[in-house]
Design a protein around this ligand. Sequence first.
Ligand code: SAM
Ligand code: SF4
Length: 465
Amino acid sequence: MVKTDWTPAPSDQGAKATKKLLVKSFGCQMNVYDAARMADVLAPEGFSETAAPEDADLVILNTCHIREKASEKVFSELGRLRRLKEERRAEGKDLRIAVAGCVAQAEGGEILRKQRAVDIVVGPQSYHRLPELVRLAADGPVIDTDFPVEDKFNHLTPPSEDRIRTRGLTAFLTVQEGCDKFCSFCVVPYTRGAEASRDVERIVAEAEALTRAGVREITLLGQNVNAFHGRGESNEVWSLARLIERLSEIDGLARLRYTTSHPNDMTDDLIRAHGEAAKLMPFLHLPVQSGSDRILAAMNRKHRAEDYLRLVEKIRAARPDIALSSDFIVGFPGETDEDFEATLALIRAVDFASTFYFKYSPRPGTPGAEREDHVAEEVKAERLARLGEKVEAQRQAFNRALVGRTVDVLFEKPGRRPGQIAGKSPYLQAVQADGPDSMIGDVAAVEIVECGSNSLFGRLTEEAR
Ligand code: SAM
Ligand code: SF4
């Protein structure tokens, strides 16, 4: 039987919290979403959250496998937890350690061999089974890294309104998972599995529940969120644009965002939505990875640099003020100086508002890792620094250009100084302004007066005060 309702539990009081849980997340926003859902699934089992490992009865490391460094972090963290577990044992107490997420999926039982203090290994498609796995772990280590046929989302416990409130005024909502694109550098298709979209009804129910509990901004998540093709009530396929239109109807929800998108799935209706859907914020993270056609082909991206530039033109025609952001990988095998110059040229042509950039990290099992023409580490480092300088200058220029302009800010929390409140501009910039805490949760017009290195500073307009 499939449960279609996503009514949050009125509170967690039903389950007496007797144990403490710490979920530490690494990597992407989908892991942040998953970490919250793991805590929700374990709340009825009597687990309440703590931020201190020393207080925890169960620590879950929700891991990332995207680059080697991310995976390595997990094992150094596990070393620390093993020592904590030993100290606990000496006091006659217990600490259970779980490894969840993409490293768990990729390495499975190998994790138990590398670190024997681990009790549970659970993949990203199986964490709805955590209550059972925790019980089983009392008798010895357990591993669950299946890609189950059933949709895990249908088996997750909705959080209470109290729990949603403690997580703040902005929320993530996963609508799509997995990837069929197989870029030759990327582990995601192997760790998260094939692309799958959630049903529209469930997404709407979850968004409504979040909004009822006070959430004002929702970011729709997916590894390839714009490939969303969820089923509606009559089994018809919905596009992301249609989903955004439907979610825009929710009263009380002020803002919608989505991430991460693939250029090839940027459909005309989604581009149009940027011009038409008032709640959809003018910010788009659209990774291109490289500006060289040769490297794009080797990466199996299935688009050329020029296709990306044309797409950017179309998006800007629909929403002229849109802020664009991207991911770049430098030093993919075979990348020459000329290829790298083509990447810099694309960066100059687009003028990004913000950018993430990485040195290529060979990932076991991916075609890129098998190549023999790897770029030397020092060349990667030099290219990364050059690219970084360029995009950082673009980010600063984008921020500076806002000085003197008035933008809507969604205030999310108290600011750094007393009497200040902090929030985000439509373009995802952090903004601080003088104002009362009572305005937290409001969207108000702010005139930007100063630009810092990571925040903008502004004053509420006459009408907003
Ligand atoms: N689905 C998104 C897309 O198509 O661009 C991104 C998913 S991935 C979680 C986030 C970013 O990590 C990628 O855009 C890429 O820039 C980077 N990345 C993935 N694999 C990498 C690798 N092997 N080495 C370095 N960076 C990598
Ligand atoms: Fe990885 Fe490419 Fe899929 Fe993005 S589109 S998740 S980079 S394989």
